[in-house]
Structure formats: C-alpha cells, structure tokens
Design a protein around this ligand. Structure first.
Ligand SMILES: *Cc1c(COP(=O)(O)O)cnc(C)c1O
Length: 390
C-alpha cells in the first residue's frame, strides 16, 4: 500500500486526535525504522519510550511469540506463570512488594489513586497533591491529576480532589497538607511537561514530608521507569523508596501493559473486587515484560544507558543552535535557540531521516535503550545538519 492510500484511510476512518508526521512505518530493527516507501530512519523516539529494547528485538520477539503459541490470554480467575513471573522480577528490581497489572499508564495511575483514596478513607483524607506542569494520563481522573490547565478545558467536570503544588518547591507542597490529603503524586522528570527534572533535595524532602504527614508518596514512573534514566526506576537514583509506583510505556517492550506497585506496608491494600482489568496481566504482554525486566535490570545494561545519555548530551551541548540539554539518562530535552520552533525541527528531522519527539518547547529524545554507537552518531549527524538549516 502506498503512503497516499494509507493517509487517505487515516483521514477517512480515524478520529484525528493526533497531529501526525508524513511517514508510515512498516518495519524496524533496534533504532532503525523503514517506511512503506522503503525510506530509512534513525529512531530517537522508541514509540515515546515504549520500545525499550528497540524495534523487533530477537530475544523479545522469541519470548512473545513463544507465549502466543502456548496461551495468549486467560481470565484473571486463574493463575498465570507469565504474570506471576513478571511480578517477581519487577519486585526484585524495584524494592516494592506487590503489583496490580493493567494496560496503560493512565490505568496504572487510576489504580494508584484508588490505593491512595482507600488509604485515607478512614480519616476522611481524599485529596491528592500533584505538581504544576505534570502529566498523568488522559482518563477524566488522570486528566484532573495532570497539573496543566490546557488539559482541563472541554471535559468538565473532572474528578474532584486534586490540588496542585509547585515543582521543586517543598513549601508549596507542605502548605497543602492540611489533613485532607492522602497522597502526593509526582514524576521525577516531567516528561510531557518539557523534560523537567526534579531536584534531588526536593525528592528527598518530599519523602520525609510525606512520612511525617502520613501521606503516600506515589511516583509516576510511566515515562522515567524501566531503565530510561539509567536506573531501573528513577527514584532509585535519589536513594528513596516510594509507597506507590506506577509503570507502563517501556515495561513490556512494545506491548500494552501498565502496573501499579505498592510497598510492603500496603501489602493487600486492595481486596478482591476492588480493582480489576480484563486484559491486565495478559500473558503475551507479561512474557515481553519478563524479557525487558530481566535485561534492563542488569547493572551493566543500566550503566550503558547512563553512558549513552552522557554521550548524547555532550554532543548536543556542543551543537550550534542548542541552548541547553535537560533530562537524565536517555530521556533528553533539547532547548533550541530563540525563534526556532521544536515542531518545525521535528518535521525537518523526519524529512531528513531522523525521528524525534517534542515536549513543550524542547525537542525530546527517548531512543531505544539498546541504541548502538553508530545509530547515535548517525542520528546526531542528521540533527546537526537540520539545526544548521534553521
Ligand atoms: C505517557 C504517560 C502517562 C500515560 O500513559 P498512557 O499509557 O498513555 O495512558 C502517564 N504518566 C506519564 C508520566 C506519562 O509519560
């Protein structure tokens, strides 16, 4: 099928909720992808940080196809070793105690919000503090959690009970802890908000503050998790342990999955019937997840992510047209010189054979964690050439 025909099908049959780029990707291999016309791209997106092991990694393909050939789905009334095995690996990698599995980041956050509401229920504490400029999902409740007014218009009324504090400002969080709050929900690096890292003092201070006020600290690791920042979960880089962690995007290496992880003191905090998901814990997704978690949690793999991130950052910082680079590990936001629009750069990059993302005013890179030196260099070369044309 040629590109024009595909675009016409999209125009006619799909609701236009996405601003698309003119490329129909049909095949990929690690950090390279090919479109329907055979054009090759270097991929610095990994499907918004989803393809942690790159496109069609052989070990991952083998794990999911083997599982699909054995049993592809079963109802949650039965036990699934694919699911229990993933849960064990995930607890070992995270230091958490138990997981609830679902299918997306928003659903993982919905579960976290339920855990928090139940935790505060007896003392009437139901509010959840989130940060300005955060992003937590597209459901009506996770939109309410998202601290950006732009997301709140059109869909009123949203779920009540969310209050917003300033990022990197401990006093602004503390001011909201008046006894009606059951949890604080944060990203350690705000992804959709423009790749904005939280300061170490803020994260550690929050941990202490939450403990003191008997409020759950919940970390949304949907984008930062599963090796992205050079730690299995980014909170591990701050030496803190949250009460609740949410995970999705890269967790199953490209299959739909979400997980809400709870700490030991919240063991069995939800009872039978209090949460569920038809597809949650799906064996094929979990088989992909086992392959991802096993490989990404290896300290040598994580070290390589940190090194690749440092390399990209160093090369980017030296480029004309780059004002600053933000982020951690392989989650990078490139701030461009004044007057250069990130979305225009994204389109020019695609034209030139490099796939990138944007977030607010920055060009965002979330390459596969397995990206090779050559693919980083080839992508950087394209990026540098594109920037010169602006
Ligand atoms: C992408 C994202 C979500 C939403 O995940 P979906 O799988 O799209 O529902 C939630 N939180 C953060 C931090 C994200 O980056």
């Amino acid at each position: 099928m040629n590109f024009e025909a595909i675009r016409e099908q999209d125009r006619k049959y799909i609701l236009h909720t996405y601003g698309r780029v003119d490329a129909a990707l049909v095949r990929g291999e690690n950090a390279r992808a090919w479109d329907c016309d055979g054009k090759e791209y270097i991929d610095f997106t990994a499907g918004i940080g989803v393809n942690a092991l790159g496109y069609s990694d052989p070990g991952w393909v083998q794990a999911v196809t083997k599982q699909a050939g054995e049993i592809q789905h079963l109802c949650n009334y039965y036990y699934s070793p694919a699911c229990t095995g993933l849960a064990q690996l995930l607890m070992q990698a995270s230091g958490m105690a138990q997981a609830f599995f679902c299918n997306s980041g928003a659903e993982a956050n919905e579960c976290a919000i339920k855990v928090a509401r139940k935790y505060g229920e007896k003392r009437g504490a139901y509010k959840i503090v989130t940060l300005e400029n955060s992003f937590h999902g597209r459901t009506l409740t996770t939109l309410a959690a998202t601290g950006q007014d732009g997301f709140h218009q059109l869909f009123q009324p949203l779920t009540p009970g969310f209050v917003y504090a300033k990022a990197n400002d401990l006093a602004s969080v503390e001011a909201l802890l008046d006894g009606s709050v059951c949890a604080v929900l944060i990203e350690t690096v705000q992804g959709e908000g423009g790749v904005v890292p939280m300061e170490a003092d803020f994260i550690r201070g929050l941990r202490e503050l939450c403990t003191r006020h008997d409020v759950l600290l919940m970390v949304d690791e949907v984008q930062t998790g599963v090796g992205r920042t050079g730690y299995f979960y980014s909170y591990q880089g701050y030496g803190i342990q949250p009460d609740v962690v949410t995970s999705a995007k890269g967790l199953a290496g490209g299959l739909p999955i979400g997980a809400c992880l709870v700490a030991e003191h919240l063991r069995d905090c939800l009872a039978p019937g209090q949460q569920g998901s038809t597809f949650g814990g799906n064996p094929v997704a979990c088989a992909g997840g086992q392959e991802v978690v096993r490989r990404v949690s290896d300290p040598a793999f994580l070290r390589a992510v940190t090194e690749k991130g440092a390399y990209l950052r160093e090369k980017l910082e030296a480029m004309d047209g780059v004002v600053a680079v933000r982020g951690r590990g392989l989650m990078l936001g490139v701030q461009l010189k004044d007057g250069v629009d990130a979305h225009d750069v994204l389109l020019a990059c695609a034209e030139a054979g490099l796939l990138v993302l944007t977030a607010k005013e920055v060009v965002r890179f979330l390459p596969p964690l397995t990206i090779t030196q050559k693919d980083m260099d080839d992508g950087l070369k394209i990026f540098e050439t594109v920037l010169k044309s602006f």
